[in-house]
Design a protein around this ligand. Structure first.
Ligand code: SF4
Length: 382
């Protein structure tokens, strides 16, 4: 399986917690020029075969019907998509209308990821989100009527505590209500991200209070149980799905598969090579328009890096990894030290009791950065 990711970096506004490569679209012609550049970039990789496709952003759902047709044409002119299993579109609910939604499904979209984040009006406006709860219901119904049988709802834990809702108990109630409302929509998939403040300088970090670590822990452990009880077992640190609706595209990343990324700032990993596209719009347009690939950096991944990434990604998934694979080839003293560490994790309830597989528990996911760093350190100790 090889996957294709396409980045559309434009949005209608700016959410105050945003940490993505995105800009407010102030002139429509910039979007058109960007899409034309994307088509040029696709042609550089003509003939490649993909089984999953993900259009992310930014807000890819701001494209007009004509622009969707253009992208659809370029995709089919450049690539072999005969075996496409999953085509996901990221959607901001307020941008959806029935004509455009129909055009997306005709282009092959069979999975829609709705950026809901919270269902609370006050919380959404406090963070400058443009969608209102009624937009979510409307967008959800429109895509259902267009035949999309795989819908994801994105929520963010942490947005609820903000200057509009400064009292922790009230914010906790809103979060619980967000979960109830997400389940009530009856999607196939729910993603739950924990708000991390990327830079001290973001307006969210400056203006909004944040939940204590203990509250985050309680709030994260509650949905893990709640969602499992409602038919959405957890399969990755932030992802919950009805059985059979786990994201094929994302699993491809997490299982170390190959993927091509197109568009501003996109990353491709093919074999042991990783390429990163330039991150400045001007450079991206200039390079593609002058017939050059917009790759800014290329890196050869050596085996320690590949192993580190494999462990990191595996331990964020419910399946975890085979303990034999983790310990294989390690000299005895180091192996014993690592085994001792894994036993202590089991005792603390941070990893599953099975000895043959190493898989973190939800409590362990909350400390996964530290646990993974410890494992890597113990493996590397001379
Ligand atoms: S819609 Fe998403 S990408 Fe756009 S500004 Fe908001 S958080 Fe950022």
């Amino acid at each position: 399986v090889r996957s294709l990711y396409i980045h559309i970096p434009f949005c209608r506004g700016t959410c105050d917690y945003c940490d993505f490569l995105s800009f407010p679209l102030d002139r429509e012609e910039v979007l058109q020029r960007y899409l034309e550049a994307l088509c040029v970039e696709m042609a550089f990789y003509s003939g490649e075969v993909f089984q999953t496709l993900y259009l992310g952003g930014g807000t890819p759902s701001i494209l007009s019907a004509e622009q969707i047709s253009m992208i659809d044409r370029c995709l089919h002119d450049s690539f072999n998509l005969d075996g496409l299993r999953e085509f996901t579109l990221e959607v901001n609910p307020e941008t959806v209308d029935p004509v455009v939604a129909r055009r997306w499904t005709r282009a092959g979209v069979n999975r829609v990821s709705l950026g809901v984040q919270s269902f609370d009006e006050q919380v959404l406006s406090a963070h400058h989100r443009r969608a209102r709860p009624c937009d979510v219901h409307r967008a959800f119904q429109i895509f259902r009527q267009c035949g999309v049988a795989n819908l994801n709802v994105d929520l963010i834990l942490g947005l609820q505590l903000c200057h509009a809702v400064p009292e922790e108990r009230a914010a906790v109630r809103i979060f619980e209500e967000d979960l109830n409302r997400a389940v009530a929509l009856s999607p196939e998939h729910i993603s739950l991200y924990i708000l991390s403040l990327p830079e001290e300088s973001t307006s969210t970090a400056k203006e909004h209070p944040s939940f204590s670590e203990q509250t985050v822990e309680n709030l994260y452990l509650h949905p893990v149980r709640f969602l499992a009880d409602h038919g959405f077992p957890q399969y990755e640190i932030s992802n919950f799905a009805r059985p059979g609706f786990e994201s094929v595209h994302n699993r491809q990343y997490w299982r170390g598969g190959e993927y091509r990324g197109l568009g501003l700032g996109s990353v491709s990993t093919l074999g042991n090579r990783r390429m990163r596209n330039v991150e400045t719009l001007q450079d991206y347009l200039h390079l593609t328009e002058s017939g050059r690939r917009p790759v800014g950096e290329m890196e050869v991944l050596d085996s320690p890096v590949l192993k580190f990434e494999k462990i990191m990604l595996a331990l964020r998934q419910r399946d975890g990894m085979d303990s034999g694979e983790l310990l294989g080839g390690m000299p005895q003293p180091r192996k014993s030290e690592l085994l001792g560490y894994l036993t202590s994790l089991r005792k603390l309830g941070f990893c599953e009791p099975a000895e043959r597989r190493l898989a973190l528990t939800p409590k362990g996911y909350l400390r996964s950065n530290v646990i993974i760093a410890d494992i890597i350190r113990l493996m590397a100790n001379p």
